[in-house]
Design a protein around this ligand. Structure first.
Ligand SMILES: [Zn+2]
Length: 440
């Protein structure tokens, strides 16, 4: 699908207002740098086509960005091309974003370049849930360790923070991070004082959404919904008409707290029957008998227990798995977690996976009917859950959603893995540079 057409300005006619040519040039630099950043490499001729600017204007603008080391030009691989190849414009080394992600058991700091390249990621494990002040002190120390190596004083454009909680967008105040126990912490302000860099903070799932939409499963799409399943719950976000859905204060996209079960249990948010009280990583770990596991290990365990030997390489139909383990037709007791040696399926695991997928389908139906997305991206343990029986979720969602909206949507897994939040947080840091590249 084509890149959404960037908003371009052509030079004002001679005799226009005083600085209009300068503002046009700065705007066009911004359009070009965003294209290079998002594509991670694009030929000059593609830039010409996508912007509608003429070749000499593109050459001058690229030259200015290259002078600032925001882009570099490399010779393309010309072996398969006829005629003179167009140079490829790639993100340059000048600008770095610093990413921070505080969690209940660790603080992670990353150094990220334009184009979503993670140069370094350091995860500092802590043995207790950190206060905001501790998280700031640990982050500042980690950044100090990297300061000389990456010449951060010269190259860092700012800090972006991915917070597992509700963050007020205009000033980076953490209103509530329930699992960290933070309430009304002026996190961005504290980090600015401790590091000297400008700081922007946002909800972690919102930043995961942004990262997947730019560099991951949602590349080149304008309408996407993202749900991430983590240890402490389900976060989410949406890209609507090419822009992140924010809401008036930045709290939009809390799909984890949408109703899936009237009369369900009380959620920590105070409401009853929220998605994250029913679709839980802990329940999946428990049913496969694991104390703790990352999303990859959980997925392996679920696949091993919920698919037959024949289906292990093609795990697309849990319904047939259910049929082979139907308690009415086999001797397997559905109340135990004993694995049937004939099929290698575990009915308790199959039942829990089906229950969680069917519950997740309710939230996805609501998202589809409300937002009409092209793509729903599932990250964390939700991706693992989907991998066990993608057909079941696809069918279930299709059966419930309005036909007009379901025809244009598909479900996919997140692509960016462990770098997701570093890339997303760095986008916050890069925004002012991308908006005005001549500011560096
Ligand atoms: Zn809730």
């Amino acid at each position: 699908m084509a890149e959404p057409t960037p908003h371009l300005q052509t030079p004002a006619p001679a005799g226009g207002l005083g600085n209009s040519n300068d503002s046009v040039r700065r705007h066009n630099l911004s359009v070009l740098l965003r294209l290079v950043h998002r594509t991670t490499g694009i030929s000059r001729s593609q830039l010409t086509r996508q912007t509608g600017l003429n070749r000499s204007t593109i050459a001058a603008l690229v030259g200015e960005l290259a002078e600032r080391e925001l882009v570099i030009e490399v010779d393309p691989d010309s072996r398969n091309q006829v005629g003179r190849p167009s140079p490829i414009v790639r993100p340059g080394p000048r600008a770095l974003g610093i990413a921070i992600n505080p969690e209940i058991d660790a603080i992670t700091v990353g150094i990220v370049g334009l184009g979503g390249v993670v140069h370094r990621r350091i995860r500092s494990v802590i043995d207790h849930v950190p206060t905001a002040a501790e998280a700031v002190a640990i982050s500042a120390a980690l950044i100090d360790d990297l300061r000389d190596e990456f010449d951060l004083g010269h190259r860092a454009v700012g800090i972006g923070v991915a917070v597992p909680g509700l963050v007020r967008s205009h000033d980076g105040l953490v209103r509530l991070a329930p699992h960290l126990g933070w309430i009304d912490e002026p996190l961005a302000e504290m980090l600015e004082e401790a590091t000297g860099f400008s700081v922007v903070a946002a909800n972690d799932a919102r930043l995961g959404t942004l990262a997947e939409s730019i560099f991951g499963a949602g590349r080149d799409l304008t309408d996407m919904v993202y749900l991430n399943g983590g240890a402490s719950g389900i976060g989410g976000g949406a890209i609507v008409n090419g822009a992140p859905l924010r809401g008036i204060s930045g709290y939009a996209g809390e799909f984890g707290h949408t109703l899936v079960r009237s009369g369900g249990i009380v959620c920590h948010c105070g409401a009853v029957g929220c998605l994250e009280t029913e679709v839980r990583r802990a329940s999946l770990l428990s049913v496969v008998g694991l104390a703790d596991a990352d999303a990859d290990d959980l997925e392996s365990a679920l696949l091993a227990a919920a698919t037959t030997a024949a289906q292990a390489s093609d795990t697309t139909n849990l319904d047939s798995v259910s049929t082979t383990t139907d308690p009415a037709t086999t001797t397997t007791d559905p109340g135990t977690t004993t694995t049937d040696p004939a099929t290698r399926t575990d009915p308790a695991v199959v039942a829990e996976v089906e229950r969680q997928l069917d519950t997740l389908a309710i939230t996805l139906r609501n998202a589809i009917n409300t937002l009409n997305p092209q793509l729903i991206v599932l990250g964390g343990f939700l991706g693992a859950l989907y991998a066990v029986a993608p057909d079941r979720l696809d069918r279930n969602v299709a059966a419930q959603s309005l036909p007009s909206a379901r025809d244009s949507v598909r479900i996919a897994r997140a692509e960016l893995g462990t770098n997701l939040l570093m890339i997303g947080a760095a986008e916050l840091a890069f925004e002012s540079l991308l908006a005005d590249p001549s500011s560096v």
